[in-house]
Design a protein around this ligand. Structure first.
Ligand SMILES: [Zn+2]
Length: 311
């Protein structure tokens, strides 16, 4: 009987945390003292990556996922790791897969910090992001997203007690992008300025600006860890790989255009060449078709990007 009880207790002890971990829609990865990346799980139930920083007197969260349940799970994980209050959530950009859980963060005590353009875009332009996949429920959810409390169009330093968090404005993905850097841990939260081995969404982007920003990332010290918006935690080689992907896309679409290709014909020409150059990347047919179309528009000078709105 005692043996059976002991076995049961051991099993229960194993099952507890393992079960909790198994149900999380993201994988927490510690990148330094009090610095965590929350990487979207294999089923993509979070919708994107997020992360957080525990300072002396509070916690700063980076992005809030698309899925509110994932945001609640992130808050629970933070509370499991520290009794300190959640004070900020910094949105890397307005896209709903990074801002969908903002209300959860606000309810947990956070001030929502974002680029100044996010206020004008988060409830309207996110509808475009989903295109023909939009449902009435999703549209209503987008129109109810909270507006940021504190906005900036310049670099910002946030102090968590003695811990310095550097928020920078960068160009490339939407026209309202921020990165978050932890100098004491050499960790850069890149948002969608970096994707690791996943085809990026170019809907609002400028590849020209984007590649220039990633060139700046590539000049950071070798030990820097980069948290991308999608895909696993990245190193300097991944940053260079992503930049090479953008430049390959630009070059292949440019060559196709010079050969007179357009529309579906251009996509059919470029997609296999892009995949051949990046065989370890995940490039869905849908992603390939749309990024080739957007690249074509950028080179033609007809690309539409979100326009900053007055306050
Ligand atoms: Zn995005």
């Amino acid at each position: 009987m005692r043996a059976r009880l002991a076995i049961f207790a051991a099993f229960a002890a194993l099952a507890g945390p393992a079960q909790a971990q198994a149900t999380l829609p993201f994988v927490l990865k510690q990148l330094g003292t009090g610095v965590y990346a929350a990487i979207d799980g294999p089923d993509h139930k979070s919708g994107s990556n997020a992360g957080f920083v525990i300072g002396d007197d509070g916690v700063l969260v980076v992005d809030s996922f698309f899925n509110q349940d994932a945001a609640r799970a992130l808050v629970a994980e933070i509370h499991r790791l520290t009794p300190k209050p959640i004070r900020y959530v910094v949105n890397t950009h307005y896209h709903a897969d990074h801002t969908g859980g903002d209300q959860v963060m606000r309810d947990a005590g956070a001030i929502i910090v974002a680029h100044r353009n996010v206020r004008g875009w988060v409830r309207t332009n996110n509808v475009n992001l989903f295109g023909d996949r939009i449902t009435p429920e999703l549209k209503a959810r987008i129109e109810a997203l909270p507006l940021p409390d504190l906005v900036t169009d310049t670099d910002l330093t946030i102090w968590l007690g003695s811990r310095k968090v550097v928020v920078r404005t960068v160009l490339g993905h939407t026209g309202g992008d921020l990165t978050i850097f932890l100098p004491d841990a050499n960790v850069l939260f890149c948002g969608d300025m970096l994707w690791r081995k996943v085809a990026p969404n170019l809907i609002d982007g400028s590849v020209k600006e984007w590649a220039a920003t990633d060139a700046d990332f590539a000049r950071m010290p070798h030990e820097t860890r980069f948290v991308p918006g999608h895909g696993d935690v990245a190193d300097l080689d991944d940053v260079k790989d992503f930049r090479a992907y953008l430049l390959d896309l630009q070059r292949l679409v440019g060559t196709g255009r010079k050969a007179g290709l357009e529309g579906d014909t251009l996509a059919r020409d470029v997609a296999p060449k892009l995949r051949a150059r990046h065989p370890d990347w995940s490039i869905s047919d849908r992603a390939a078709a749309s990024e080739i179309r957007y690249m074509d528009q950028e080179l033609a000078g007809t690309k539409r990007r979100p326009v900053p709105l007055p306050d």
